[in-house]
Design a protein around this ligand. Structure first.
Ligand code: ARG
Length: 445
């Protein structure tokens, strides 16, 4: 029983939150006249001593004391005697753990938000350097149309911006204090829940005591935001893995985020990116784990809920690592822009531009233009040249309405420059979006 019951091996991570919530609780008990000022002073002093001990030596792990709450209460009794027992007036471990854990997850949201801001800054910084760098844009991982590298990086900026809004929304929603819900039904003592909520930085107390002790939506909200963020980081990691492979050769990863092979001297492996891709699976697994823990539980508290902490702690630690790794990768990567530009010329990436030109300049319906372009691509393919290296006479043999002006539309530069619709890949447009992002991040003015 001791072994299956104990949560101290992992919930000792909550010690700061547990002490803070107990301090708020005992101060409120004294203000309300539920414990004497002298007893409250003794308890508060004892809690401060314990916090100092934990900070210096760590939290002792005695499994017979079960969890962080009992461990601290037992130490308090050793320090100040039976008065320690007054601390638990008008509360239960059920509202205590719900409060501690909310405080912890709230901090985890703040950490994710700070780390996401660093990633966004790195993305915008690099996008600003590469508003004119041309690379192939892909669909189905097949060359589709040329795009700019800055545009590609800003796509991840947008994903990160949505992650920010998810963490911020989760944080706002969870910022209600369960303390005072007691075991499940509230308490008959004249407590002041608004006071403890305010002391702990919550916006207000939770409104239903049964929900207060049995709700873990706040942890699930965090894990959902973390999962979606990890999913984005995994996609970005995958891009770097592909780009760093020799056939692509679009990027040289920072040495600090790569490893060598123990047997092949020429190897430089994108391990950090691969681990971000791998860790994202564990973060999504944490979300699944807690959802499955919660889905069958009747109101109110059930001991299953003790299993809420390991997945959240693990996911939070992994997310911090993944965000740091990808921020370092974006900031430190060397983009091989000549190679990217060269690749953009392969695969007839400007075929759509030829079709668009036929529509615009020769008044041909798009479907027919598409057909003519197909013939031109086939010819270029058979001759082993790019579209803009075909002779005018060859193009005119396919369709007489083509004239020399077409060549201006067929370069990759002309192609990207023409895509200046809002949110498009044109350098002019990407510059504007970089400027917007800089303002949004507070990097301007
Ligand atoms: N260690 C427990 C947890 O993490 C604390 C709450 C225990 N409550 C109880 N009624 N046994 O969930």
């Amino acid at each position: 029983m001791r072994e299956i019951n104990a949560s101290i091996p992992f919930d000792k991570a909550l010690w700061r939150q547990d002490i803070a919530a107990s301090q708020a609780h005992v101060a409120m008990l004294a203000t309300q006249g539920i414990v004497s000022a002298a007893d409250a002073d003794a308890i508060s002093g004892g809690l401060a001593t314990i916090a100092g001990e934990y900070a210096e030596h760590g939290v002792p792990e005695d499994w017979s004391l079960e969890d962080i709450h009992m461990t601290t209460e037992s130490r308090l009794a050793t320090l100040i005697g039976p008065t320690a027992g007054r601390l638990h007036t008008a509360r239960s471990r059920n509202d205590q753990v719900a409060t501690d854990f909310r405080l912890w997850v709230r901090d985890a949201c703040d950490e994710a938000l700070a780390n996401l801001a660093a990633l966004q800054r790195a993305l915008v910084e690099r996008a600003g350097e590469h508003t004119e760098s041309i690379m192939p844009g892909f669909t189905h991982l097949q060359t589709a149309q040329p795009v700019t590298l800055g545009h590609h990086l800003l796509a991840y900026y947008e994903m990160a911006a949505r992650d920010v809004s998810r963490f911020a929304a989760a944080r706002a929603r969870m910022n209600e204090c369960p303390l005072g819900a007691a075991a499940l039904a509230g308490t008959g003592f004249p407590i002041d829940r608004r006071a403890t909520a305010a002391a702990l930085g919550f916006d207000r107390p939770t409104a239903n005591s049964l929900d207060s002790v049995s709700d873990r939506d706040f942890a699930l909200d965090y894990l959902m935001a973390a999962s979606q963020c990890a999913l984005h980081l995994s996609r970005l990691a995958e891009e770097f893995i592909i780009w760093a492979s020799q056939p692509f050769g679009f990027v040289t990863l920072p040495d600090s985020l790569s490893t060598g092979s123990s047997i092949m001297p020429q190897k430089k492996n994108p391990d950090a990116a691969e681990l971000v891709r791998g860790h994202s699976g564990r973060i999504i697994g944490a979300l699944t784990s807690l959802m499955i823990t919660m889905k069958g539980l009747p109101l109110a508290y059930s001991k299953d809920m003790q299993d809420d902490k390991p997945p959240v702690f693990e996911a939070a630690g992994l997310l911090t690592l993944c965000l740091a790794a990808m921020t370092g990768m974006v900031a430190g990567a060397t983009f091989r822009t000549p190679r990217m530009r060269q690749a953009a010329e392969l695969g007839y990436a400007t075929a759509t531009d030829l079709a668009d030109w036929l529509v615009r300049e020769a008044g041909i319906p798009f479907r027919e233009a598409h057909h003519i372009t197909g013939a031109a691509v086939k010819l270029a393919e058979s001759r082993g040249v790019a579209l803009d290296k075909l002779e005018l006479s060859e193009l005119q043999a396919i369709d007489a309405r083509i004239d020399a002006r077409v060549f201006a539309a067929l370069s990759v530069e002309a192609s990207v420059a023409s895509r200046s619709s809002y949110g498009g890949t044109a350098p002019s447009e990407v510059c504007l979006r970089v400027a917007d992002a800089r303002v949004a991040l507070g990097l301007e003015g």
